[in-house]
Design a protein around this ligand. Structure first.
Ligand SMILES: *Cc1c(COP(=O)(O)O)cnc(C)c1O
Length: 395
């Protein structure tokens, strides 16, 4: 089928919930994508912070093919080999205790909310607990995840949402403190806000929130779906702050392309938690998905992916800072590691993103005014140089 026909067929049969760019990607190789016309693109979006290892990684692909030949799915009624291995690797990587695998980030958030409510319910038997979430946050599109997403335009058509949610200002400890009541069971936030416009948590803020949680027996839920898995130069973004969550959510790069997420509980959260009958998922943690997770952890270690991000971050930041210095309409750079945003003022971001695509550079937007750079974690200096060239040509 020709490119034009594929786009027409998609628009005819797929519900129009995305405004797609007019390109059909057909294959990927390392940090490059190729469309149906054979045109090459440098990818600084990684399928929205997903393809950490880059495309067509031989060992990753071979592991998945091997798993397909063994078994793809068995359900959660039985044990399987990859789930055991993947759960151990996730738990050991963060020093937490129990993992529940999901099929997406949104479902990880749902599970985290249920785990927090169950914890509080077992503690005091009441069923009117509250959760504090942050303004400009993003946690997903299901009704529960949407209820803790601090973006009213996403929420409005779908009300009523789940009750008992209060919104506080991100990086404003006082606003969090004022939102706490004796009903608060959890505080949920992204360690680095992604969709909202790439806002990293400040260290004092995160440490302050942790302290408030400890004082009031509130569970801290850190959403590491976008900023986790090495993206900030730490395997988990919170590791930079010396603060540990009680519940963590992860997805996106967790399977590097296979749909999989998880929520992870520390010992305290797991001690009063979900039991058989409380929660489940037919696909959740199936052998194919968890083989991907297990392989990703192996390849991250073998290829020193997190160290690589940390090492190359100053170079990326320096290049982006020069770009900001050289263009009046670029107001600032924000971000950590390979999760960076360029704040655009007085020009539509969509136009720049669209131009970039024409110039063979895949970048995405965040919030209303930010160019978001979330490349595969395996980019090298040359790729950064090339990205700067193609981006500048798109201004
Ligand atoms: C993408 C994202 C989600 C939702 O994950 P899905 O896999 O799209 O359901 C939740 N939280 C954050 C921080 C995200 O970036």
């Amino acid at each position: 089928m020709k490119t034009e026909e594929i786009m027409q067929e998609t628009d005819e049969y797929v519900l129009h919930t995305y405004n797609r760019f007019p390109v059909v990607f057909e294959r990927g190789e390392g940090v490059h994508l190729y469309d149906t016309d054979g045109k090459e693109y440098l990818d600084f979006a990684a399928g929205i912070a997903v393809f950490g290892l880059g495309y067509a990684n031989r060992e990753y692909n071979d592991a998945l093919k091997d798993q397909i030949d063994h078994i793809i799915h068995t359900s959660n009624l039985y044990y399987n080999v990859p789930m055991a291995e993947a759960a151990r690797k996730v738990a050991e990587s963060c020093g937490m205790s129990k993992v529940f695998f999901t099929n997406s980030g949104t479902e990880a958030i749902e599970g985290a909310i249920k785990a927090a409510r169950k914890y509080a319910w077992l503690r005091d038997g009441s069923s009117d607990h509250e959760i504090i979430a942050m303004k400009h946050s993003f946690h997903g599109r299901s009704l529960g995840a949407l209820s803790v997403t601090g973006n009213t335009s996403y929420q409005e058509p779908f009300k009523p949402l789940i009750g008992g949610i209060r919104f506080a200002e991100f990086n404003d400890l006082k606003s969090v403190e004022e939102s706490i009541s004796d009903k608060t069971c959890a505080i949920i936030m992204e360690t680095v806000q992604g969709e909202g416009g790439i806002y990293p948590a400040e260290k004092e803020f995160l440490q302050g929130v942790r302290k408030l949680c400890d004082e009031h027996d509130i569970l801290l839920i850190l959403d590491e779906i976008q900023c986790g898995m090495g993206r900030t130069g730490y395997l988990w973004a919170w590791q930079e702050f010396g603060v540990k969550p009680d519940i963590m959510t992860c997805a996106k790069a967790l399977g590097c392309g296979v749909p999989v997420g998880c929520f992870v509980l520390n010992e305290k959260a797991a001690s009063r938690s979900l039991v058989p009958g409380d929660h489940g998922s037919t696909y959740g943690g199936n052998p194919l998905a968890t083989r991907a997770v297990s392989t990703v952890f192996d390849l991250f270690a073998k290829n020193h992916i997190v160290e690589h991000v940390k090492e190359l971050t100053p170079y990326l930041e320096q290049k982006l800072d020069s770009l900001v210095a050289g263009h009046d309409f670029l107001a600032a750079r924000r971000g950590k590691g390979f999760m960076q945003g360029l704040v655009v003022s007085g020009r539509p971001v969509g136009e720049i993103v669209s131009n970039a695509l024409q110039n063979g550079l895949v970048v995405i937007s965040a919030g209303s005014d930010v160019i978001r750079l979330v490349p595969p974690l395996v980019i090298e200096k040359e790729d950064i140089d090339e990205m700067i060239r193609r981006l500048e040509a798109s201004f």
